[in-house]
Each structure stands twice: as structure tokens, then as C-alpha cells.
Design a protein around this ligand. Sequence first.
Ligand SMILES: *Cc1c(COP(=O)(O)O)cnc(C)c1O
Length: 378
Amino acid sequence: MTANDAAAGAILRIDLDAIIDNYRLIQRRAAPAEVAAVVKADAYGLGAARVAAALRDVGCRRFFVAHLVEAARLREAIGDGIEIGVLNGLQPGAEAACAELGAVPVLNALDQIDRWAALARTSGTRLPCMIQFDTGMSRLGLSPDEVRALIDQPERLDELDIRLAMSHLACADEPERASNEDQARAFDAFCARFPGIPRSLDNSGGALLPRAHHYDVVRAGIAIYGGAPQTGPNPMRAVVTLDARVIQLRTVEPGTAVGYGLTHRFDRPARLATLSVGYADGWPRSLGNRGAAYVGGHRAPIVGRISMDSLTIDVSDVPENLLFPGSLVELLGPHQSIDDVARDAGTISYEILTQLGHRYARSYLPSLSLHQQKAAQP
Ligand SMILES: *Cc1c(COP(=O)(O)O)cnc(C)c1O
């Protein structure tokens, strides 16, 4: 343990081998489709530079971010020659910066297509892009009306190098929903009007749908990070562990209450441990009097409200020798997954990951990327 780890309120470990295994599992499920890695929001909170470098080293050649600033940071981390798609589209005024970065905007509306084509004309280069169709989620992408306009005026695309036609599923995590096949049919109909362009519809959940094929490219996010892509058993390997520091232990008398608002009162003598993790670290405040930590595999329920910088657990049923000031207890690990915590908190694993705090001591396993290991060999 480093001095940094000893001082930290909690230790977050991110297993890059598990990330690579998960990427390969999605590759097998989606084959022969290519698997692009979605590394928006700093790779769902896990560190886009490290995650993308590890995936690049096992052959991933296509990444997606949401914002252009994320593309700029990612380009620095992974170098040229790797495709970076920008999901949130091409904002007015961002055209030159996008072209300079060599990022590939997902064009979500006709005006985005026209502005990108205008830059291509003035710069005399065919600019790369992806085009998104709205097939029923009503979030991003060309509406059916806009698609009809494009079919009538195909010359609007003349200056563009269209790398991918895409759409996004609203209910891929619920395999039984009829909307999944409705959206696939709508996607097929749009794509038929733009033949020869590679197609991408599925996210992580979509890649696991029992469909005959998964088009040409799958865009996988949560599965790579170990979250359950669909309801039901989770085939993915866990990627993160989070161990929180015990900063104080106490015993309390019956009738004593704990935390802001005194929302939990003990009806028996209790032993309590206060942990150095709070809602400022992304541990959801909705876990007050819900959810638990694990000490040597023993469940220790959260009691009282979550504070900004700490939370308290009831360790009355935990063997005393397992706890002392400075000891560590499991918040995420073999006994509690990101999906378990999300369920207790009334949210989804995506939110648990993307909120993970910046005060944790972070480490990556293995500590060297494959690329660095090769370089280090004599
Ligand atoms: C975030 C996102 C993904 C990845 O979704 P997961 O459910 O995490 O696999 C794929 N496509 C688009 C358009 C997205 O916004």
C-alpha cells in the first residue's frame, strides 16, 4: 500500500484485464460485427485515457465520446489513426475544431450535415462523419421528415465520407420489449435508402439481444465496465472494487440515534463504524438507511443519512477483530456489485460509475498496459 493509499478515504481499483475480457465477450456475442468502445464521461468515470489505451492495445480501432472536448483529450491519450466519434453531434461554431482534431461527428440533424458539408467544400476535402437516424427514441438523430428531405436531395451528402449510419435503442436492456424490433425495422428501412454505408444500431444491451445479426458495428459501454447490460443474470466480469476507510468506531446505548436528522434510532446496544466516504464522493445520498457495506464478507447495514464526507454502518454483527481505525471495508467488490448498489439507491449502474469520486486513491490492474509490458521486456 502506498502512502497515497494510506491517506485516502477509500481505494478504487480498476481492473483493465476485466475490461479487456468484457470487450472480448461482446466481440464474441456480436461477431462478425466490429465492437467500438464508448468512453464518454471519462469512460463512465473509470479514466478514458487508461481504458482506451488498454482497448487500443487489444485491437479496438473505434471509440465514441459524447462531447468534442472529450475527443480532444482522448486524441492526446491514444494518438492519431484511431477513429473517435462524437455522439452529441456538431455544434454551430465547432466545425473547424472538429476537423482539426480529426474527430468524426455524428450528424444528428440536417443543419449539422449542411455545416459539415460547407466546411468540406471550402477546405476541398471529403470530411468523415456518421449519420444518426431517430428510429423512435426521440432523443438525437434525423427525424423521418429530415430523412425524406435528404432522400430528395442526396447531393447534400456529396462532400461527405459517411463512415456509419446509426441509431440507438431505447429499451435494449429489456429484451422482451417489442420496441427493439420496431426500431430495428425502422433502421433497416432508413438504411435501405442509403445503401453501402456500414450500419450500427446496438449498444451493450443490443449486442445481447437474440437477433440474427448485430449490423456492422456495435457501440459497447456499460458491458465493458462490468455493468449488467440487460435485466437478468449479468455475464460481464466486475471491473471495479471500492474499499472505504474506517475513521472511527463507537458503541452506542439503546435509544441513541445516528446522523443528520437522527433518522435511525437503536433499540439495542450497537457498534458503529464511520467510513470516510460520503455523497461528495458519489456515494448516493439515497442510500441513507438503505444498502450496506461488507466486512470480511459480513453485511453491515448503512444507518442514518449519508453525510458529505462520511457514512455510518452498523457493525454489531461483525467479529470485532476485523475492525480498527484505518481498516478497510468493502463498498464494491465480491459481495456487492455496482448493480446491487444501484438497485438499493434506486438508480442504474451507469450513474454509480459516473459519479465515483475524485478523492479516492485510484489504481489500475495490471499497473502496466500490454504495450508498456512489451516495451519493458529485455
Ligand atoms: C452511451 C451510448 C452507447 C453505449 O451504451 P451502453 O448501454 O453503455 O452500452 C451507445 N450508443 C450511444 C448513442 C450512446 O449514447
